[in-house]
Design a binder for this molecule. Structure first.
Ligand SMILES: [Zn+2]
Length: 97
C-alpha cells in the first residue's frame, strides 16, 4: 500500500514538472503572434492578391506583391507585376528587346 502512495506522488511530481515545462513556450507563442498583427478574431483572413480568394493568414503564401493562396498565383502575380525582382532573374523569361 505504501508503494501505491509513492507511485501516486511520483506521478503528481512528474505532472507538475511537465506542466511547468510546457507553459513558457506556450505563453510566448501567442504573444509573439499577436504582437505582429493585432486583429480581432481567432484567425486573420487575408486576400490572395491574384484571384481575391479569402484564406486564413496561416495558409497564405507571402510573396513580393502581398499574400497569395498558392505558389501558382504568386508566380503569376509576380510575373505580371515585377516589383523589385532582380534583373538577372528576369533575363531568360521573355521581356527581351
Ligand atoms: Zn489566388
Amino acid at each position: 500500500m505504501k508503494y501505491l502512495l509513492l507511485i501516486v506522488l511520483l506521478a503528481l511530481l512528474f505532472f507538475i514538472l511537465g506542466v511547468k515545462r510546457a507553459r513558457p513556450p506556450l505563453s510566448k507563442t501567442p504573444e509573439g503572434q499577436r504582437g505582429q498583427g493585432a486583429k480581432a478574431g481567432p484567425q486573420d483572413m487575408v486576400r490572395c492578391q491574384h484571384c481575391g480568394l479569402h484564406l486564413p493568414h496561416e495558409e497564405a503564401l507571402p510573396g513580393a506583391g502581398g499574400l497569395f493562396c498558392g505558389p501558382a498565383h504568386r508566380t503569376a502575380y509576380e510575373e505580371a507585376h515585377p516589383l523589385n525582382a532582380p534583373a538577372d532573374a528576369q533575363v531568360g523569361r521573355g521581356h527581351k528587346p
